[in-house]
Design a protein around this ligand. Structure first.
Ligand SMILES: Cc1ncc(COP(=O)(O)O)c(C=O)c1O
Length: 385
């Protein structure tokens, strides 16, 4: 990890860490802010967890995060991870037998399970649209438009896909769905901090994103954004002091019923969420858009070198791939063994099968430098011989 910025991270310097995508990596100054919040809580637990105090703190996080996401602060609530937020949405929708949920073959496996669970209990049907690669914006929208029927109730799409690291051009699909009264649920786990967002104009019914991946917040920070007219539908998994049956009246502790229902769910440690502004501050202080542009260039240099070893081109182009994450096909191999051997050689990068084909997924973040790429390329050349 030779980049000058590596000193801000707690990552083991002995490793070439090329897997920011899985769980992110939290910079030291953000971890310090996180711990400071925990200490404040422990000094005055009762005063700190008082609803009026928490509401004020949460509102401030939503204000700062909303500015980053192009979202109204009142439309955002804290959830601990993208999976939790998408579970709330999937399990709140009143699906009936025969209703269709349209999705793609590039979705994150855990969320495919969530939708299968919901379908098994409601009688809804999951219809999966195959999205061929290379991705083309027009054919993506056409494929989804053609698949929509009068029974389609929900469209569930990743904004950035996990196995293929593609940026799905979701805006026209959301607009089309809305004109047909179909609910759109977007899995934006990888989007915040990687691509610019304007959630208000995107106007998906529900958009869930992680702050702990590309925004640099501590683990356990994600948001659920719900369009104003769709908030009353949502049922948190935990019903507690914040809940009120009248979903359209203000909540018991000020703010909306939506905010109250998600803010007050029993005793929890909100410190990670309260450190989100520090994560955004870290990015601003280090001019992260410039750093990210350099990461993007480095990622494609490394991708080219990996392709030289494997003889297989990336599945995407710089225009269709996530800016700092690229899926790279591998020759047929035991991906589990390859992953273990790369780790043993000091390279952390995921290796997996997607649709029966082996891939690795390269993430490049500001702590990486060309040496990390060189190590990956050398180890792949050795291990794939
Ligand atoms: C597309 C996508 N959705 C959801 C998730 C789950 O995120 P979390 O573990 O924060 O819930 C991931 C995790 O990598 C992902 O890639």
């Amino acid at each position: 990890m030779p980049s000058e910025l590596a000193r801000h991270f707690l990552l083991d310097p002995a490793f070439s860490f090329l897997n920011h995508g899985s769980y992110g990596a939290c910079p030291g100054p953000v971890m310090e802010d996180y711990r400071r919040w925990q200490e404040r809580l422990e000094r005055q637990p009762v005063a700190f967890l008082e609803p009026a105090h928490l509401a004020e703190r949460f509102a401030e996080v939503c204000r700062v995060l909303g500015a980053e996401l192009g979202a109204d602060a009142d439309d955002l609530v804290w959830i601990t991870n993208a999976t939790a937020g998408l579970n709330v949405v999937a399990r709140s929708l009143a699906l009936k037998p025969g209703d269709e949920v349209l999705t793609t073959d590039h979705e994150y496996a855990a969320l495919a399970k969530t939708w299968a669970f919901v379908a098994a209990r409601t009688g809804a049907v999951i219809r999966t649209v195959d999205v061929p690669m290379p991705l083309a914006a027009a054919s993506f929208a056409d494929a989804l438009r053609t698949a929509m029927t009068e029974r389609t109730r929900v469209i569930f799409l990743s904004h950035i896909t996990s196995p293929t690291a593609l940026v799905f051009p979701i805006a026209p699909v959301i607009a089309e769905a809305r004109s047909r009264g179909i609910v759109t649920v977007i899995d934006g786990a990888h989007a915040p901090g990687q691509i610019p967002l304007d959630l208000t104009s995107l106007a998906a019914d529900y958009y869930v994103g992680n702050c702990h991946k590309w925004l640099f917040a501590p683990k356990g920070t994600a948001f659920l954004h719900a369009r104003r007219d769709r908030q009353s539908v949502l049922m948190p998994a935990v019903i507690s002091h914040g809940w009120s049956e009248d979903r359209d009246a203000p909540g018991p502790f000020g703010g909306t019923a939506f905010q109250n229902a998600f803010r007050f769910q029993g005793t929890r440690d909100p410190a990670a969420w309260l450190a989100v502004p520090a994560a955004l501050g870290f990015r601003a202080e280090h001019d992260w858009s410039t750093v990210a542009a350099a990461c993007h260039r480095l990622a494609w240099e490394i991708a080219g070198e990996v392709a030289g070893v494997t003889g297989l081109a990336p599945v995407a182009t710089p225009e269709t791939s996530a800016p700092q994450m690229i899926a790279l096909p591998l020759p047929m191999c035991d991906t589990g063994a390859l992953h273990r051997e790369l780790r043993a050689a000091g390279v952390e990068i995921p290796c997996y099968l997607w649709q029966g084909r082996p891939f690795t997924r390269l993430s490049v973040q500001g702590y990486n430098g060309p040496d990390d790429g060189a190590r990956l390329v050398a180890e792949l050349a050795r291990l794939l011989r």
